[in-house]
Write a protein that binds this ligand. Sequence first.
Ligand SMILES: [Zn+2]
Ligand SMILES: [Zn+2]
Length: 177
Amino acid sequence: MLISLSRLPADGLPFNHQYLAGELDTSEHEFEITALPLVIGRVDRAGMDMRVRGTVKSALVVTCDRCLTEVEVSVDAPFDLIYVPEDLGANQVGETELHDRDLDLVVYENEQINVDDLVLEQLELSLPTRVLCREDCRGLCSQCGADLNFEQCNCQKPIDPRWQALADLKNSSEEEN
Ligand SMILES: [Zn+2]
Ligand SMILES: [Zn+2]
C-alpha cells in the first residue's frame, strides 16, 4: 500500500488498512504472519517532512532460540516516524524542530509513503531479542539434537575448559582448608 503525498490534505490524512493473505512479502524476514496485520494511522505534513503515526496489530510465529519449537508473538506496536524526502535527506537531519525530538527518521521517495515497508519494519522491531518457548526451556542436545524438554539422551556433557579450570581451583582450595 502506497500513500501519495502530492495531494495530501492540509489537515493530514488518516489511513486504515487490513492486509490480505499474500499481500506482504515476508521472505526476507525470520517470522511468519499468523494474524494478518491491521495498520491504523495518519500522515501529517511538517514542512518537507511527513510525520506518520499509528499502530500495527498482528501476530507472528518465530522459533524458540533454544529448541526451535514455534512460538506465537502477538504484536500491538505503536509507531511515530518522521519521513524526510530522499533528496534532502541526510543534510537536513537535526536541523528542524521535529528532528530535535527523539523520533525515528525514514526516507521517502517519489512523493510516496510505502506502508508495506513500514509495517514489515514494525513487525521486525516488535520481535523480542530473545525468543523462548518458556523461560526454563532446556533446548536441544548439542550432540544428538534430542529435545531435552521431552527426553533425556545419553550423551556425555562436554566440559567447557573454563569451567574445568574453575572446578580445579575450587578443589585445590577445598584441599587447603
Ligand atoms: Zn524452547
Ligand atoms: Zn544427546
